[in-house]
Design a protein. Structure first.
Lengths: 428, 72
């Protein structure tokens, strides 16, 4: 079931006071993030906690890189869900298809912003990547496939998928009519146009799925093929990245879907409980897979791993990073139990458990991303340096918070100008 | 006509990706032995690769938006 165009149009036209309050808060947080970035840009990376490995006893990759991986990971589930809905005709997940597509686009924009803030001179990154990126480097794949190709493909998918609703909204007088007409680009929802859209979407989905698996694997290879850092060189890095990407993305999708279900007037009808059941089942399956990877990786390293790798792993299991490691693993295990209990045993409280699990797995994902990036630089150095330390500064925390505010702001503002849930057939 | 243009765009896109990746960007070198393997043979070859990726996906837009006949 979907909302009716007129109802949706009325919702779009009248944002509540709460919405303005939310936008004000988000703008304030985003503004604070801009100020923090201004400090970093003008005073240099010394404003961050990032320092050279070994000689300065620090880490050159820190919070920003952890969040690049996190945001790219979140983007995975969005377009995967949309593409699977199209390819496998998963009608149960159809209501959240557009939310998923938008989540992908926003997450990729935030990932690109995270890359830029990680560079002392962002212009060098923008120009030099286009000019000098080497095909031998996994960064080439990350940059070309993830940030550029994947984002562009998602935009194309999103644009084409939204034309029908734009055409419906263009029938009603409003200040944004020109925008809807522009988006619809002459779409009239004729049988020929519908068929053409089905064909184009199907082939887009076919093209996007291998692209996103390659793209996320490439991000894993950035770490997985580096033998010079203990804890990174592993064949499980790429598949682990893909699975964790699915976990964080599906979790966030469940949270956003629940928020829209509550805040939207017709939300309970358009986002039924079945959506959360499906998301929960997929999420539980991915969590189980990731936990298996984690156990396999730990057993392999601790049984007969190189000395430096064992040192790094001990730091995770019982050292400086143990609280974060066990916190992340505990969140994943708890989420798995919660989802399995509510979906398969109790058969109720499914939405609540999906939301709680969604939040927990995202905290776990952030923790795991941080643990992939940082300990391998500060613990178990191959050169004769002592152990290092990395603690993010207020500048880094503020910038990351600002990015979250920017993402939420984009989501909130877009929901005011365009329906996040497909409009009903009857209005045609 | 629409289908033909879309297919041409897809082929051109993949072709551009192949050429820019293997012949215009920095040579692979197995293993790479010097700075020559870091220098792209044509500046902005990675940008051409991205253009190829975009061209492939843009074919879907052309396929959906292009009218069947002129004036249709």
């Amino acid at each position: 079931m979907a909302t009716r165009a007129k109802d949706r149009f009325q919702v779009i036209g009248h944002p509540s006071i709460g919405f303005y309050g939310l936008v004000t808060v988000l703008l304030a947080v985003f503004g604070w993030g801009i100020y923090a970035y201004y400090r970093e840009f003008t005073e240099g990376m010394a404003q961050t906690g990032l320092r050279d490995i070994g000689t300065m006893g620090g880490a050159t990759w820190g919070l920003y890189v952890a969040f690049i991986i996190y945001f790219v990971g979140v983007s995975f589930a969005g377009i995967t869900t949309a593409a699977l809905v199209r390819m496998l005709n998963l009608r149960q997940l159809r209501p959240i298809s557009r939310i998923a597509e938008l989540l992908t686009i926003i997450a990729l924009i935030l990932a690109a912003c995270s890359v830029l803030v990680d560079l002392g001179q962002p212009l060098r990154g923008i120009v030099n990547l286009f000019r000098y990126a080497r095909p031998q480097s996994p960064f080439f794949g990350t940059f070309t496939l993830v940030i550029s190709g994947y984002l562009f493909a998602s935009l194309v998918y999103f644009y084409l998928d939204g034309r029908r609703d734009a055409a419906l909204l263009a029938r009603y007088p409003s200040r944004l009519r020109w925008f809807y007409r522009l988006w619809a680009a002459g779409y009239r929802h004729t049988p020929a146009e519908r068929r053409r859209h089905e064909i184009a979407s199907f082939w887009l989905a076919i093209a996007i799925l291998p692209l996103l698996v390659t793209a996320h694997s490439t991000l894993g290879f950035v770490f997985g093929i580096q033998s010079g850092r203990p804890g990174w060189f592993s064949a499980l890095q790429a598949p682990g990245f893909v699975v964790m990407a699915g976990i964080s993305g599906l979790g966030l999708l469940a949270v956003i879907a629940a928020v829209i279900r509550v805040t939207s007037g017709a939300g309970k009808q358009v986002i039924p409980e079945d959506v959360f059941r499906y998301l929960g089942i997929f999420l539980a399956g991915l969590i189980l897979t990731y936990l298996y990877f984690t156990v396999a990786e730990l057993l392999t390293i601790m049984y007969a791993g190189p000395r430096h790798d064992v040192e790094t792993t001990w730091a995770l299991l019982a050292g400086e990073y143990a609280w974060m490691f066990w916190g992340s693993v505990g969140s994943l295990v708890f989420s798995l139990i919660l989802l399995a209990g509510s979906i398969f045993v109790l058969r109720r409280h499914i939405i609540g458990s999906a939301v709680v699990s969604g939040l927990l797995v995202n905290l776990a994902a952030i923790g795991k991303r941080f643990l992939i990036v940082v300990p391998s630089q500060t613990v178990g150095p191959l050169l004769p340096y002592g152990a290092g330390h990395y603690a993010p500064t207020w500048v880094e925390y503020s910038i990351v918070l600002g990015l979250f505010a920017l993402g939420t702001l984009m989501f909130a503002l877009f929901s005011r100008i365009f329906p996040l849930i497909e409009l009903a057939e009857e209005v045609e | 006509m629409r289908t033909v243009i879309a297919i041409i765009m897809v082929i051109a896109g993949f072709g551009l990706q192949f050429v820019s990746y293997f012949f215009l960007a920095a040579p692979w070198g197995l293993p790479p032995t010097g700075p020559v393997h870091s220098e792209p043979r044509v500046p902005f070859a990675p940008a051409l690769f991205i253009l190829g990726v975009m061209l492939v996906f843009l074919a879907a837009v052309v396929y959906e938006l292009l009218p069947e006949r002129a004036g249709n």
